[in-house]
Design a protein around this ligand. Structure first.
Ligand code: ZN
Length: 429
């Protein structure tokens, strides 16, 4: 029989029963194991025994990244040190890093979740996975590696960058899957193309992690590498790391592992649930995490829920790819906009490449102006720049109710990176 990492859940009721059990366990575990949680829950007037239904989740107080920073270096620690077997930390460019601790069971659960991702992407133990994400204190490389080994495929831990080595590995080891950020994937795809390697490599699937990737970028990578499918993996350090969900082969959204955590989608201002299909902030409550459990942790990541049932029949609910962070949300002329908005609009346009930048300026008239620089499609002539720009400007006006100027720039003139690409440049004071 084919090995599966999926749980034996037959109905939505089964899933809800499992969630309630996990919620009760988590609140009791955090209350008894962590001074921070006990204080917070006491302040909110909630005792572990008060959790009787899933709706009681809404009585629980929120945890924010500020709480994590204040408790540095051991935020949310709910077990004795002797039970901790590992830590990971976010890259933390500003302020202190977010450090998360894991017990042996947490690592085991993470491996299981990640193995599910490879399973849902249709991989087998015959697959070879070139893992081109960062190895180190952050969760990326460790997560992809852990899942691969649990799943039983062959891991090629290449890490990011080092393009000569990447190309050699693609040829010599014949990996069938590449895992990379979309930015790194694009660099690799362009290098494969430049070296004329397409017919000599065997990559069927590309799994993108850690960064929002637009459809145009994914299509370019797929085409240049000759892959059949691409997948998106969400990854939040605070929530184990990458591997907490993946889109299935129908690509109708990311199935997330709701037997390991509950995701609420809330309006970042009012903290009330948003309607199905509306954009909200992902708020996480873990159901089995021992080391550093999350109770209503505000991730700042924005997405929308996808209603209905996927054609694959999975009971696991779906959310859209990440549409940006509420921190990245910017206000121009009184309208809230997040880069993912612009990204989505650009993805539907023809004649342009996948790279773009958003620039915000305040001019002498005191008004704010938005300029979007987009690369021309590879090999396209500049004759149609004016027409294409006008069409995109109209689409932006229609999509986000704010006008912007679109500048079409030369293909490959915007910077490439093997990490996360910077899209937003706010030059206003
Ligand atoms: Zn599905």
């Amino acid at each position: 029989m084919k090995q599966t990492f999926m749980p034996n859940i037959k109905t939505e009721e089964d899933l809800k029963a499992l969630q309630l059990e996990g919620l009760k366990w988590t609140v009791a575990h955090a209350y008894h194991g962590s001074d921070f949680y006990r204080r917070r829950l006491d302040e909110a007037g909630v005792k572990p025994d008060d959790i009787r239904t899933l709706d009681d989740l809404r009585r629980l107080p929120f945890v924010t990244s500020k709480d994590l920073q204040e408790q540095y270096p051991w935020p949310l620690r709910s077990v004795p040190f002797e039970d901790i077997v590992r830590l990971h930390a976010s890259s933390g460019t500003t302020g202190k890093r977010k450090v998360m601790i894991y017990t042996a069971k947490d690592i085991d659960d993470w491996a299981n979740m990640f193995a599910r991702c490879y399973e849902i992407a249709g991989l087998t133990r015959e697959d070879r996975i070139q893992i081109c994400v960062g190895y180190g204190v952050w969760t990326a490389g460790a997560g992809f590696q852990l899942g691969c080994e649990r799943f039983g495929a062959l891991a090629v831990p290449a890490g990011p960058g080092n393009m000569d080595m990447q190309m050699q590995f693609l040829e010599d080891f014949q990996p069938t899957v590449i895992c990379a950020t979309a930015s790194m994937g694009l660099l690799m795809a362009e290098e494969v193309d430049r070296r004329g390697l397409r017919g000599k490599i065997n990559v069927k699937k590309v799994i993108f992690g850690a960064e929002r990737s637009n459809d145009a970028m994914k299509a370019t990578i797929k085409e240049l590498i000759g892959a059949e499918q691409t997948f998106d993996i969400p990854g939040l350090t605070e929530l184990y790391g990458p591997g907490t969900g993946l889109d299935c082969e129908h690509h109708t959204g990311i199935h997330y592992w709701a037997d390991y955590y509950i995701m609420e989608l809330l309006d970042p201002e009012t903290l009330e649930p948003v309607a199905d299909g509306e954009v909200g902030e992902m708020v996480f409550t873990t159901l089995r995490k021992e080391g550093a459990p999350l109770i209503r942790y505000r991730s700042r990541d924005l997405t929308r829920r996808i209603p209905g049932v996927c054609p694959c029949g999975s009971l696991f609910p779906r959310h859209d790819s990440l549409l940006g962070r509420s921190d990245d949300m910017f206000i121009i002329r009184g309208v809230n906009i997040y880069p993912g908005h612009i990204d989505e609009i650009l993805s539907g346009q023809e004649g342009i490449g996948s790279e773009y930048q958003i620039h915000l300026d305040r001019k002498d008239d005191g008004k704010d102006y938005m300029t979007i620089r987009v690369e021309r499609a590879e090999g396209a002539s500049s004759d149609r720049d004016g027409k294409i720009a006008a069409k995109i400007e109209a689409a932006i006006k229609k999509g986000i109710m704010v006008s912007g100027t679109v500048e079409i720039v030369e293909y490959h003139s915007l910077p490439r990176t093997d990490r996360k690409a910077r899209r937003l440049f706010d030059h206003r004071d």
